[in-house]
Design a protein around this ligand. Structure first.
Ligand code: ATR
Length: 291
């Protein structure tokens, strides 16, 4: 009779962050594991703010196979990795680590998770579209290469602080010049000076965390613009509420959360889990929190 796998014998993964108690990743990866019949153990790991590297190495040296990395450690994970995917290199941040012998492989699955949610789940191609990216911090940078790879007609990066939008646009130019992806016209702008309408608007600012809306002219919306907020919650964000008032189709970042996890699972296990049922269930859970 064979023994059932225990956490001592199955491959072990963690999500490492500070704080990390709120993370939905253990539940998401448990669902992926069950669905793909993969035996694995996935837990939360709270690292001290000054102890990320020591925590990761102790986990790896104890037999851990990989980790998701969340706030505030994605930049340290980037430095720790000794092999990086091109999208992690451009992002300057890592949310997925895989331990292969002495190699610490780092990927960033946030941007591809965003793209897969827009293209795959929302059924909205980015190819040939006028694309507006709001924000120029880590969230915007993390999405840069996967968005450019979709070959939008143009990418406008708009930020409250123009210099940061210009820096990100310059990074995009150098990425394209390196041949990492085809050439796309990329422009930087302030938020208030945006003049045209867009097919797709992605809010990568942290304004939604403060129930705030980036101060954009409402003329950026046209009927059927896809307005996407990387944040999600029980109610539409202030940005999505504004977008809906102006005829946009709205989508929050719950699908991005699920898709970035699916891509991490693929990186670790070589199998891509199916995401639609899980996404529907997580959406239903959010609705229940409202009642
Ligand atoms: P993250 O890693 O989540 O992107 P970040 O690096 O602090 O966080 O960047 C936050 C982004 O949200 C920035 O683009 C910031 O604009 P500034 O560069 O001008 O600071 C943007 N942001 C935050 N609050 C905002 C608000 N209320 N309105 C508009 N933009 C806002």
């Amino acid at each position: 009779m064979s023994a059932s796998p225990t956490s001592a014998t199955v491959d072990r993964y963690v999500v490492i962050g500070n704080p990390v108690a709120h993370s939905k990743s253990p539940a998401i990866h448990a669902r992926f594991a069950a669905q793909t019949a993969q035996a694995l153990d996935y837990q939360r790991l709270l690292a001290p703010l000054d102890g990320f590297v020591a925590s990761v190495l102790a986990f790896r040296d104890g037999g851990g196979k990989g980790a998701n990395v969340t706030v505030p450690f994605k930049l340290e994970a980037f430095t720790l990795a000794n092999r990086l995917t091109p999208r992690a290199q451009v992002a300057g941040a890592v949310n997925t680590l895989r331990f292969d012998g002495g190699e610490i492989f780092g990927d960033n699955t946030d941007g591809i998770g965003l793209v897969n949610d827009i293209v795959g789940n929302a059924g909205c191609s980015l190819h040939g579209k006028r694309l507006l990216l709001l924000g120029a911090g880590g969230a915007a940078r993390g999405a840069l290469l996967p968005l450019l790879e979709q070959m939008p007609a143009e990418l406008v990066i708009a930020n409250r602080t123009l210099a940061k939008a210009q820096e990100l646009a310059t990074l995009a130019q150098s990425v394209m010049a390196s041949g990492a992806c085809a050439n796309v016209p990329v422009l930087a702008s302030t938020l208030s000076e945006l003049q045209q309408t867009f097919d797709i608007i992605i809010n990568a600012t942290s304004a939604s965390l403060h129930d705030d809306v980036p101060p954009i002219p409402v003329s950026v919306f046209q009927p059927k613009t896809l307005a996407y907020d990387m944040m999600y919650g029980t109610r539409p964000t202030a940005f999505l509420q504004l977008a809906a008032l102006h005829g946009a189709d709205c989508r929050d970042g719950l699908g991005m959360l699920v898709e970035q996890a699916a891509e991490a699972f693929l990186c670790w296990r070589g199998v891509r889990p199916e995401t639609s049922q899980l996404l529907a269930d997580l959406r239903a859970d959010l609705q229940k929190e409202l009642t």
